[in-house]
Design a protein around this ligand. Sequence first.
Ligand code: NAP
Length: 253
Amino acid sequence: MSNVFDLSGRKAVITGASRGIGAAIAQLFLEHGAEVAICHVADHQNAEAFQNRVRSRGLELHASECDVSDPAAVNRFCTWAQERLGQVDIVVNSAGVGGGDRPFAMTDDQDWDRIIGINLRGTMLVTRAFFAGMLERQYGRVINVASQLAYKGAPGLAHYCAAKAGVVGFTRALAYEGAPHNVMVNAIAPGPVDTDLLRNHSAQWLEAKKAQLPVGRFGQVDEIAPTALLLASSAGAFYAGQTLSPNGGDVML
Ligand code: NAP
């Protein structure tokens, strides 16, 4: 049997991939033969350190800066990525920010627009830059990183939960348009994963959260990335509009 997870010859763009879940996905895609271009928004040191780690293993990673909520920056990034890679076969929208536990009554327009702008609008902007080309070539994979909070909600995170539920709906709607052209659009809804995003919460919040999880621990990025590999590779060719949930049992659908 051929390796159904092989990505040789495939070109992937992964947003928010200088650290955390996006970086783990980029690393796994590279290890499976894909050529990869990533973006991050601000932390150059992290991005450079990641690039150096990859290079020390004999692999090459294209990296650039882009705020995915800014249409002009997304246009520049997507043009840059296409110049580096040629056609783009796989898009992973992993760029995201958490909400900061602010009660809804204290949430102003700026908070709301920032969280929706990065988590939902950014996903739309980057996908749109590559979707038409995928339809034309009759091949593509779009993988959007949502969250289990899209289903269960959480106090103080109305904007984040709304954004991630929007990502799930966007994924389903786009899957109808893509699937007839072999462009498969799916999402991943991780449970709590040990990254900087989670570390922004208080120790008390983290302990309470952990106690609620059937597995009794947070996930590791390496436990999320294989789901993206499944959806990006020929192993995932029959998934359309699905949201897969590596979540430690946080939500059971
Ligand atoms: P993370 O460790 O905080 O990493 C976030 C990444 O996104 C970094 O590379 C960051 O770049 C980049 N980024 C942030 N804002 C951006 C922007 N405006 N434009 C482009 N890139 C931006 O986060 P993570 O935990 O890996 O989260 C990745 C995705 O998983 C997010 O969509 C998040 O909502 C989702 N998720 C996470 C968890 C969790 O528990 N960790 C659970 C469910 C879902 P810089 O380094 O330059 O800031």
